[in-house]
Design a protein around this ligand. Structure first.
Ligand code: PEP
Ligand code: MN
Length: 364
């Protein structure tokens, strides 16, 4: 073969490459159209039997010289890429997707805001008494913290453990929060008590154990209070996003995502804080993302570095449990900070507010 002939063949290869490229993208465009139809009809993205049939048909018509094994491998890659394209389309189709809104959502609650500079949500695991809440709230206000948490309906592993004060606890939380000009955050566990809790609290929390409770997600999606949604104990980031979508799809757009650690084999901490969730959630959605360091760690000696890591990763806030007397707390006593420890925590994380007057915390 002459050199000219070789050049000609090489040119032909280049042409074929471009033809394949165009065909692949044509396939991608058709896949995108298929996905639109699937989304309208709630049809599954991936149908393995159909893929198998297509592959058999291709191999039955393979003239060679590539052996069936190679053709099968190449087409499986093409199928995989097509499914990935459909999945990313599906994700972008979510209302909470960053593709629908470039700027971060900032949720205004009274004088405070969630979704901008980092804030601190602090308070005891559970509301236990008026005096306990009064002590915490007064100290939070003094330290310039704007958000007071406290559970009144507690999801406990044992049905015999303290289940929370219920409505009397909600009354205490509301009274104390109002007195000290704090935003109250408390968990709602049951569709039957959503109206009750929403009547008292400023922000409704959906706990990790209820992230998959779709009836509850829909119910809080119909109320007018912001919802702080915790990531499920073993929920993937996609499942977490779908849970948020449930709430937003019912009309309530004010959702705050809360990473609180996931269950792994590690036992030194109660859960494993998934730091990568923070930038991923911030990238995929416009919703505020906060990190609960207390329930992630289950201990208090590493809360400050965890909070610093969360803030460095882009968190819009930190949740931390604070109790005037952690040793006698009726739940999670080992992980709650006392006021002095909390003050140190604020210093170590750079989250201490410049003054109590504006109630906001500064960017570290
Ligand atoms: C809580 O914040 O009170 C709580 C129970 O946390 P989680 O749902 O993350 O376990
Ligand atoms: Mn707790």
């Amino acid at each position: 073969m002459t050199e000219q002939g070789l050049d000609q063949l090489r040119k032909e290869l280049v042409d074929i490459n471009f033809a394949i490229l165009n065909l692949l993208n044509r396939r991608g465009r058709v896949v995108t159209e298929v996905m639109k139809v699937k989304q309208r009809g709630d049809i599954p993205v991936f149908v393995p039997e159909r893929e198998q049939r297509m592959l058999e048909e291709i191999l039955a018509n393979n003239p060679g010289p590539f052996p069936d094994k190679t053709i099968s491998h190449l087409f499986k890659e093409i199928f995989r890429a097509s499914v990935a394209l459909m999945e990313s389309q599906q994700e972008q189709g979510l209302r909470i997707s960053r593709t629908n809104r470039k700027e971060d959502l900032r949720i205004r609650i009274g004088k405070r805001e969630l979704g901008g500079d980092p804030v601190v949500i602090a308070g005891p695991c559970a509301v236990e008494s008026e005096s306990q809440m009064e002590m915490v709230a007064a100290d939070l206000a003094r330290l310039g913290i704007g958000f007071l948490r406290g559970g009144t309906f507690k999801p406990r592993s044992s049905p015999y453990a303290f289940q929370g004060m219920g409505e009397p606890g909600l009354e205490i939380l509301r009274r104390v929060a109002r007195k000290h000009d704090l935003v109250s955050v408390t968990e709602v566990m049951d569709t039957r008590t959503v109206d009750l809790v929403a009547g008292y609290a400023d922000v409704l929390q959906i706990g990790a154990r209820n992230m998959y409770n779709y009836a509850l997600l829909r119910e809080v999606g119909r109320c007018d209070k912001p919802v702080l949604l915790k990531r499920g104990l073993s929920a993937t980031i996609d499942e977490f996003l779908w849970a948020a979508e449930y709430i937003v799809s019912e009309g309530n757009g004010n959702v705050i995502l809360c990473e609180r650690g996931i269950r792994t084999f590690e036992r030194q901490t109660r859960n494993t804080l998934d730091i990568s969730a923070v930038p991923l959630l911030r990238m995929k959605t416009y919703l505020p993302v906060i990190v609960d360091v207390s329930h992630a760690a289950g201990r208090k000696d590493i809360l400050a570095p965890l909070a610093r890591a969360a803030l460095a990763a882009g968190a819009n806030g930190i949740m931390v449990e604070v109790h005037p007397f952690p040793a006698v707390a009726r739940s999670d006593s080992q992980q709650q900070l006392d006021i002095e420890e909390f003050r140190e925590f604020l210093e170590q994380t750079g989250l201490s507010a410049p003054s109590a007057a504006d109630g906001a915390t500064r960017t570290p």
